[in-house]
Ligand binder design. Sequence first.
Ligand SMILES: Cc1cc2nc3c(=O)[nH]c(=O)nc-3n(C[C@H](O)[C@H](O)[C@H](O)COP(=O)(O)OP(=O)(O)OC[C@H]3O[C@@H](n4cnc5c(N)ncnc54)[C@H](O)[C@@H]3O)c2cc1C
Length: 417
Amino acid sequence: MSDFQSRVVDLVVIGAGPAGLAAAISAKKNGVNDLILLERNNWLGGILPQCIHDGFGLEVFQEPLTGPEYAQRYIDELKDLKIPCFLNSMVLEVTPKKEVFVASPEGLFCFIAKAIILAMGCRERTRGQICIPGSRPAGVFTAGVVQNLINLKNVMVGRDVVILGSGDIGLIIARRLTLEGAKVHAVVEIMPHTNGLPRNVQQCLIDYDIPLLLSHTVTEINGLNRVESVTISPVDENLKPIKGKEQRIPCDTLLVSVGLIPENDLSKAFGVELSSVTAGAIVKENLETSVHGVFACGNVLHVHDVVDFVTLEAERAGKSAAEYVLGKSQKMDRIHVETGDGIRYVLPQNICTDADLELSIRVLCPGESVSIGFFDDQKLVKTKKFVKVHPAQMIKVKLKKSEIMALKTLKVEVLQK
Ligand SMILES: Cc1cc2nc3c(=O)[nH]c(=O)nc-3n(C[C@H](O)[C@H](O)[C@H](O)COP(=O)(O)OP(=O)(O)OC[C@H]3O[C@@H](n4cnc5c(N)ncnc54)[C@H](O)[C@@H]3O)c2cc1C
């Protein structure tokens, strides 16, 4: 990489979505002056400019903002703080020595950083990744692409639509297409429950009479040049289609909204240890990854339900990176957090703090009147009760300093009634 011009900096933040913006602002406010933000797009704010619906900012600003409005608050602050940001700048490679190789219109650069914050967001899973059989006609899109086409490019994608996947993006796009005059014939979900927030099910499907078919999947896409119909089938308890129960829904468009994958190709290539459950980095509570001085936040770390939590997490990553750059003391991992029955994941996976701490927890199944237990060496040391839990909704549980100091191990599990 000898054609790259080199420059030494204290901190490089990769990705200028809500996570990267908040992390850079927080690092600067916590004393890092020599930092840069790198973004491959020619705009700031990541995915938010295409999210023109409201519902952002309820936690951080206590008001419902659209995605662009939410992003603008951080873009303004970034500018006020004079944090340098390079747009159209694609990070090609990061090395374990924290060299960040970048291609930008100004040329090829290598930033040699003391610390790095990974904030690259995630990408959508596609039809190919879930192997739906059938022909390959026009009219099959991912939901995020359709949102971009409608909201930013003023392009309508179809009139008769089926949506596969009931995560928040699928729900929001079902409402958007309906408002634009399309008929959404069904949102088809393989699981026996939706994967979206309850408020989005109400506001995007129920309020618009859009049918939700749980425990169903698309088993074939039909049509030669353009989608003409999709075949859907109910699934059994192993999520396998039940033969003989198929039905065809005539449509010209299928939207696939079947999950997001954290963009960790860069991270993996330079040795950041990833979790097989979250597909993001394994971190301790200061959001430092397995590579010293490299921190992760936002959707590249784990897929978030609301942007406000992305921001709050990114602010912590910025503060931690600042402490690292300024040489404040680092502690060793003390406890590895284990997940038990009913728990999909807990973040952070490693704890080394001796201060108060907030755990982010996702359950596997929805439930009412659920208790989550915290075990130290098989002894129940804390219980937290919830009126309702849902896999789409992140649960936050605070552990006090005194509770953490007393722990030798930690296992989190849903308690049987
Ligand atoms: C369709 C949709 C609807 C949503 N609706 C809501 C909602 O109603 N309410 C809510 O709170 N949240 C909502 N969200 C979620 C919210 O938008 C995300 O949680 C948030 O955008 C994640 O922020 P991020 O910075 O981690 O990722 P992103 O916003 O994806 O930003 C990541 C940035 O990193 C850049 N990048 C990646 N790789 C590189 C590289 N190699 N070099 C340089 N730059 C790179 C990308 O270009 C991108 O700009 C929605 C999301 C989607 C997709």
